[in-house]
Each structure stands twice: as structure tokens, then as C-alpha cells.
Design a protein around this ligand. Structure first.
Ligand SMILES: Nc1ncnc2c1ncn2[C@@H]1O[C@H](COP(=O)(O)OP(=O)(O)O)[C@@H](O)[C@H]1O
Ligand SMILES: [Mg+2]
Length: 302
């Protein structure tokens, strides 16, 4: 893969809460190269949206750095949020919403052509969001995000609010546009099959920490971290319906004071896991933060 476009290093984000502060992201390091699709997965509450917001400059890091190496700065960033109803202004026509980034950056875009590109009709331009279906609204949000031809498109659960039958249409649209235009994608989702379909590389987040990272196919074939395996085991498949883990996956917990963040839920945790946080150890393009990873023992790259 070519040179990195997005370089996130040791990103830490703390939110003030009544009891002090809550660490939503803890020393997160990740790169996205030009043309690459990187997936970020994890259950609700693990820090995915905070990561997207921090990259967009909407959350202030308490430590670490975010470098977006596009010569066009923020103009080179496109964003698609989970809920198109919330991200489109109800008082604006579709055409006004699609043209908004261009207006802000004093550019001109062909709104009709953008609407056709995402599978809508030019006549949709004069409509209002409430006159459209959920899928059509997400197409409008995608047209807007792609209007200035971003170098990086960040998608935060873009299909989560849509009917199952519409989800694959939106995924195909994102993939087709990426093939045509060549932008990089940071694809955030709790839905593993979707992420596998789209992404070259996957980063697994748990309670604000990266617990595993690797090429998509390898990570799905042989997860190293028990959390990744738990996520994979919870994906209902035709063969496994009715065989979900007894009691389900449990709930994302609160961060333990020391040790591995996943230890309280981990079936393999021992005393060391509960007292000492495992570092993210990289080996041959894979990385896992676990004292007892599955698969071959992690060896050093050096
Ligand atoms: N503005 C905020 N103030 C306090 N806590 C927040 C704020 N935003 C997010 N959080 C907390 O940070 C954690 C991560 O949230 P979020 O990034 O939205 O997770 P995800 O998108 O993975 O569901 C959650 O525990 C959430 O409650
Ligand atoms: Mg979220």
C-alpha cells in the first residue's frame, strides 16, 4: 500500500463526567494509506464515534496526534454519519444539502450529476429530507460527502439505521464509488460481515483501546484476541442460528482499574491479565494486545 494519508498516534480522548473524567480513547494508533479501506469494529460504547469526531476535529485529544496528509486539508475529508435524518437539515432541499460543502469552500459542484452518481434522480434535488426514504436520505448524505472528491471518506455505521434490504445497496454504492474515485475509507461499524466485505484491514476496539489489528481475511480466519473471537462468534450465520454463546455476549463493561481492559469478560483471563495491561504486539502484519493470544506465539518484527 502507498504512503499514509491519515496518521493517528497515541490518540487519547477524555470526557468530563460527574465522577471526574472518562477515557473514551486510550492511546489509539492507526494509519490509513491512500486508496486503502480500514475498518474499525467494536461494540457500542467502545469509542468508534469518538474516533471519527476526533479525526474531524470535533473532539479535542488530551494526548496524541492526528495528521491528515491531504494537501487540501479538511476539504479532503468526507463524512457519512449513522443517521441521515439527523445529518441532513430538514429545512433544506436535497440540492442545498448536497451543495453545502462546495458553498463553504467556495467551489462549484454539479448537484444533478452528483445525485445521478448515487442512484437518485435529478428531480430529487428539489425535495426535502422528510419526502425521501431512509435509503434515499443516506444516498443524499453520500452525494454530499463525495461532492468535493475527498481523499478520505469516514463512514460511522452508515447502514445501521437502514432496513436490512437497503443496507447492501448502500454498501455497494460506497464500494463502487471508491473503486471509481480511489479515495481511502475509514469504515466504522459493529457489523463484522459488512466490514469484512468492504475492508482491507481491520482494527478492533474495546473500551477505547485497540485490542487487535490485521488484514481483513486473516483476522476473520484466525482471530488472535479473545474479544475478536467473541465478536465473530456472536455473528449469526445460517449454520449457527440457535447456537449463539449461552447467555449471549454479555455487556460491554466498565474499564478495570488495572490489567487488560477485556479481562473481566475474558474466559481465559488469569492473574497476570487482571494486573498487567498487555501491550499491542505486532508480528507479520498482525497485532494483538493479549498475554495469551490464539494462534502462533507472537514474535517480534525486529
Ligand atoms: N460527550 C461525551 N461526554 C461523556 N461521555 C461521552 C461523550 N461522548 C461519548 N462518551 C462516552 O464515551 C464512550 C465511547 O462513546 P462512542 O465513541 O460514542 O462509542 P461508539 O461509537 O463505539 O458506540 C461511551 O462510554 C460514551 O458514553
Ligand atoms: Mg457510535
Amino acid at each position: 500500500m502507498s504512503e499514509p494519508l491519515l496518521v493517528v498516534r497515541d490518540l487519547t480522548v477524555d470526557f468530563p463526567v460527574p465522577s471526574g473524567s472518562y477515557r473514551a480513547l486510550d492511546s489509539v494508533t492507526l494509519n490509513v494509506s491512500r486508496g486503502e479501506t480500514v475498518g474499525v469494529v467494536g461494540e457500542s460504547g467502545c469509542g468508534k464515534t469518538t474516533l471519527a469526531r476526533a479525526i474531524l476535529g470535533l473532539e479535542k485529544p488530551s494526548a496524541g496526534s492526528i495528521e491528515f496528509r491531504s494537501p487540501r486539508g479538511v476539504e479532503g475529508l468526507g463524512m457519512v454519519w449513522q443517521d441521515p435524518s439527523a445529518s441532513l437539515d430538514p429545512r433544506w432541499t436535497v440540492a442545498q444539502s448536497v451543495a453545502e460543502p462546495a458553498r463553504i469552500h467556495r467551489k462549484h459542484v454539479d448537484v444533478g450529476a452528483l445525485l445521478r452518481e448515487v442512484g437518485l434522480d435529478e428531480s430529487h434535488g428539489s425535495r426535502y429530507p422528510h419526502e425521501l426514504s431512509g435509503g434515499q436520505r443516506q444516498r443524499v448524505a453520500i452525494a454530499r460527502a463525495l461532492s468535493l472528491r475527498p481523499d478520505l471518506l469516514i463512514c460511522d455505521e452508515p447502514t445501521a439505521a437502514l432496513d436490512l434490504s437497503i443496507q447492501s445497496q448502500i454498501l455497494n454504492l460506497i464500494r463502487d464509488e471508491q473503486r471509481k474515485l480511489g479515495f481511502s475509507v475509514l469504515y466504522i461499524s459493529h457489523d463484522l460481515p459488512t466490514v469484512r466485505f468492504l475492508c482491507d484491514r481491520i482494527v478492533v476496539l474495546y473500551l477505547g483501546r485497540i485490542v487487535e489489528e490485521g488484514a481483513s481475511a486473516e483476522l476473520f480466519e484466525s482471530p488472535r484476541h479473545p474479544y475478536t473471537r467473541m465478536l465473530l462468534d456472536s455473528v449469526p450465520s445460517m449454520e449457527r442460528v440457535g447456537q449463539l454463546p449461552p447467555g449471549g455476549m454479555g455487556e460491554i463493561g466498565s474499564r478495570p482499574e488495572k490489567g487488560c481492559v477485556f479481562a473481566p469478560r475474558c474466559p481465559h483471563a488469569d492473574d497476570r491479565c487482571r494486573s498487567e495491561a498487555p501491550p499491542l504486539v505486532a508480528a507479520a502484519g498482525r497485532a494483538a494486545a493479549c498475554w495469551k493470544p490464539f494462534g502462533p506465539p507472537a514474535s517480534s518484527d525486529a
